[in-house]
Each structure stands twice: as C-alpha cells, then as structure tokens.
Design a protein. Structure first.
Length: 184
C-alpha cells in the first residue's frame, strides 16, 4: 500500500508540475507569439511526457495515478479561461495506455522487465500515444475528426515528451554525479 501511495504522489506531483509549467508559462508565451493557434492545442504540452513515463513504469496502474491530478488541473485550466471537456481527462490516459500496449507488443525486446529501454522506444510509444490522443481529443471537442487539430496535439505532445525526456536524462546524470561524489 505504501508503494502505491508513493507512486501516486510521484506521478501526481510530476503531472501537476508539468501541467502548471505548461499552463502558467508555455500557454501565455504561445498566446503572445502564436495568437492564431487555439490555446487548447498546446504546442509544448509537458504532461504528455509524464503520462508516457508513468505508463511505462507503472503499467495500467498509472491511469489511477494520473486521473485525479488530471481532473484537478482541468478545473484549474477552466478557471484560467481554457475550455476543456471532462472526457478529455479519460481519453488522454486511455490513449497513452493503448499506445504503450501497441508499441510493447510490436517491439517486445524493448519491454524486458527491469530494463530501461533505448530512448527511441520511448519516442515511438510517445508518438503512437500522441496520435491516438490527438484523434480522441479532437473527437471529444469537435465531435468529428479534424486532422489538422489532431496534428497540433501531436506536435505539442511530442515536443513536451522530448523536453521531459531531456529533463530526466539530465536528472539521472546529476544523480549519478552526486552518487560518485558521495563515494569519494
């Protein structure tokens, strides 16, 4: 039980932090620089990276870790003037899980237990998840497929994934440096 609470807190805090950065910094900059792009289509959506890593490390349980933080951030987004649909909170984790499952079945060597896969496998998982998310969110918002809007979601999700990936790479390097420094 303690492990689930710890995982819930890690995923929730990561998701809330990523979403807050997106909502508080990226969205206003995007609104200033690209006023013609709908604010719902974030061109740098950091929470997608958190979703991808959560599903990789925690499997289907990640949905339970993500949904409460997602609803909280949806409420805050609505307060900030961004119109969201409550179904989007369910569609995004479901799309991410389905994308994860599809890719791990197609690339089984990337899913060996307790082995960190190459970054390309994470990228493929993120891309498939993002495509499914873009299509699903477009259907939720417009009740029809709009491939241009879905492509905007894919661009934002993938950009957010790569930023999260870079943050994790440097965080792990920093942790290794600290471990080496404490050994000497």
């Amino acid at each position: 039980m303690k492990e689930h609470i710890q995982n819930f807190l890690i995923v929730s805090v990561s998701y809330i932090t990523a979403y807050s950065l997106t909502l508080g910094f990226v969205a206003p900059v995007q609104k200033i620089l690209l006023s013609g792009v709908a604010i719902e289509v974030g061109l740098l959506f950091l929470p997608h990276g958190v979703r991808v890593f959560a599903f990789y490390f925690f499997g289907w349980r990640a949905a339970f870790y993500l949904v409460p933080a997602s609803y909280l951030m949806m409420v805050l987004s609505v307060q900030a003037g961004i119109e969201l649909n409550p179904w989007a909170v369910i569609v995004s984790p479901a799309a991410c899980y389905i994308g994860f499952e599809v890719v791990t079945r197609l690339l089984p060597e990337s899913t060996q237990p307790r082995r960190f896969p190459r970054w390309q496998h994470f990228g493929i998982i993120a891309l498939v998840s993002s495509a499914l998310n873009g299509l699903g969110i477009t259907l939720v918002f417009k009740q029809e497929l709009d491939l241009l809007v879905a492509a905007g979601f894919v661009i934002g999700d993938m950009a957010g994934f790569f930023v999260c990936l870079l943050i994790l790479i440097y965080a792990f390097r920093f942790a290794r440096l600290l471990a080496k420094a404490s050994e000497t």
